[in-house]
Design a protein around this ligand. Structure first.
Ligand SMILES: [Ca+2]
Ligand SMILES: [Ca+2]
Length: 541
């Protein structure tokens, strides 16, 4: 489908069709929209006329002309606060009141579903770090307002931060529109490989660089008592979070997002990649030789952190900050413990890459209720300010004198705001619960507590190394293209993963994997693979 022409007028018309008619008052048509004062709310589906304005109108304020406000329903998590001096200052400066309603991340989806079913849509919905689970459904129902045209106009301060590639990443496949906006974080460093240098010393080996050298080191960790606790069999030579398969796929030449990579200009499902066999075979060999954790398939989230802190893991690829966190934890068991961040593991064919952190996230969405409530302009104006130079300074550095001083023309955070991300966030800085632009400069100020690299201790240095040494090896993850068949093939994709895992752990043979995979392709994966290629060609043209 071609790009929709979707002006504010058509958005209003759509809102009337989708929301008003559902609420049982759509047949008033033009007269309703020309005289909406005091009756703008459609939040009450069953209550009488008298109750209809209770939510959107403040006493004494005109719902359509005088008030500048909107409702914001968002996910919140520790250590973020529901109200902060930064939010207050944003509202003060823009003259727009944001009526926040927060939901704990695990209750968000249920609450949102109940709002949708009771036709009580908030003006803005935010899933926090990503869109809420139901967002694609809401978009397909026409309940979300595309922001594509505003990127050059009312939301130009956001638009200016996006490259064409970023826009591609945010585009909804079905209609070519951009709906979500959110965190912009231009800090590419995020993941790193790391290795216990104290283990290397104990097994008397040098820092590995080639694939063969890494394999030799892992075998030494396996065979010897590398952690020095008297038990030669409790070491896990290499680990990775099961959910971050991309961090291993790239060792074998697939610059993947975990499922797809772009190979020779074509968007390719990883199991179709000629390198995929090599990846599966290498992991199978490593698994069977005990170089990988035998509980590999369940190693994610907190379980992975437990392993990292257990003094049993010799090397890994994961978030750069693990090098600091795991070193600190392991030192409670072994004071010589040290995870040194290193450049990416070089694969058997010489591939050496690591994904950069995604720069943009589409996590917040404007609903058709905002248009109906007359709040669209306020929303665009508010967030356009958040992404302006002044707004970026405010959300990152707070108010001058209180949160930061200006030194040599540059904002410099004061203590305690520069002492850690948790403190900064608790006090309202870098508020990831709303869309904003997180600057690399403030990230580094908080990371280092205002110290220079040389002033950091070794745990700070290894973390910083993990963020900086990988720069020559970064690749941009391809987007996940939500084609119709991609969504429909959820179960088939899961079955492919299960086949892969059973091959790696030695439960099935190569022939059995191939047979199973062919069957999945016949059941629908083939179509998904072709649709994905086609969607990418269209998008990249
Ligand atoms: Ca061992
Ligand atoms: Ca041991």
């Amino acid at each position: 489908m071609r790009k929709k022409v979707y002006s504010k007028m058509t958005a209003a018309a759509l809102a009337a069709a989708m929301v008003l008619s559902a609420a049982g008052c759509g047949d008033k048509g033009g007269s309703e929209s020309s005289a909406p004062a005091g009756s703008g709310s459609v939040s009450s589906g069953t209550g009488g006329e008298a109750e209809e304005s209770k939510e959107s109108s403040q006493p004494g304020q005109d719902a359509d002309t005088g008030d500048h406000e909107f409702s914001y329903f968002g996910s919140i998590w520790s250590p973020y606060q529901e109200s902060t001096p930064i939010f207050d200052e944003l509202m003060e400066r823009t003259g727009i009141k944001v009526n926040f309603e927060w939901a704990a991340a695990d209750g968000m989806d249920t609450l949102l579903a109940s709002k949708v079913s009771s036709k009580d849509l908030p003006d803005v919905i935010s899933g926090g770090t990503a869109g809420p689970a139901a967002i694609n459904d809401l978009i397909s129902k026409g309940l979300i307002v595309p922001i594509t045209e505003y990127l050059d106009t009312d939301l130009a301060n956001y638009g200016r931060l996006l490259t064409e590639e970023d826009k591609l990443f945010l585009t909804y496949q079905d209609d070519g529109e951009i709906y979500g906006f959110g965190l912009v974080m231009d800090v590419p460093g995020s993941f790193s490989a790391m290795i216990r240098t104290d283990w290397l010393e104990r097994v008397n080996m040098e820092m590995p660089t080639t694939w063969d050298e890494w394999m030799a080191v892992w075998k030494a960790f396996k065979e010897q008592d590398a952690n020095g606790n008297g038990d030669p069999n409790d070491e896990v030579p290499f680990g990775f979070n099961y959910d971050f398969q991309k961090l291993v796929l790239n060792i074998f030449g697939m610059n993947s997002n975990g499922e797809f990579s772009v190979a020779d200009g074509e968007y390719l499902y990883d199991p179709e990649n000629p390198n995929y066999e090599k990846y599966m075979d290498a992991l199978r060999e490593m698994y069977q030789s005990g170089l990988l954790a035998q509980e590999m398939i369940t190693l994610k989230g907190a379980d992975f952190n437990t392993l990292g802190a257990s003094n049993r893991l010799g090397s890994l690829v994961g978030y750069a900050e693990y090098s600091k966190n795991y070193t600190v934890s392991c030192r409670e068991l072994d004071e010589g413990a040290f995870f040194q961040s290193v450049v990416p593991i070089q694969g058997p064919d010489g591939a050496q890459a690591i994904p950069a952190r995604s720069k943009v996230q589409g996590s917040a969405f404007i609903t058709v209720a905002a248009v109906e409530n007359g709040h669209l302009d306020d929303i665009l104006q508010f967030f356009n300010y958040v992404y302006s130079d002044e707004g970026i300074e405010l959300t990152n550095y707070g108010m001058e004198g209180e949160y930061h001083d200006v030194v040599d023309g540059k904002p410099v955070l004061k203590a305690p705001y520069n002492e850690g991300f948790k403190t900064a966030r608790e006090k309202g800085l870098i508020p990831s619960t709303i869309p904003f632009c997180f600057t690399e400069d403030v990230y580094m100020q908080i990371l280092t507590g205002g110290l220079s690299y040389d002033e950091l201790d070794d745990t700070g240095k290894t973390f910083m190394d993990g963020l900086t040494i990988n720069e020559p090896y970064f690749y941009t993850e391809p987007p996940t293209l939500q084609t119709e068949s991609y969504v429909e093939c959820f179960d088939l994709r899961e079955q492919q993963v299960s086949l892969r895992d059973r091959y790696i752990t030695g439960e099935i043979s190569r022939d059995e994997y191939n047979e199973g995979y062919e069957a999945l392709k016949n059941q629908g994966l083939s179509r998904m693979i072709e649709d994905a290629k086609e969607a990418y060609r269209k998008m990249a043209n």
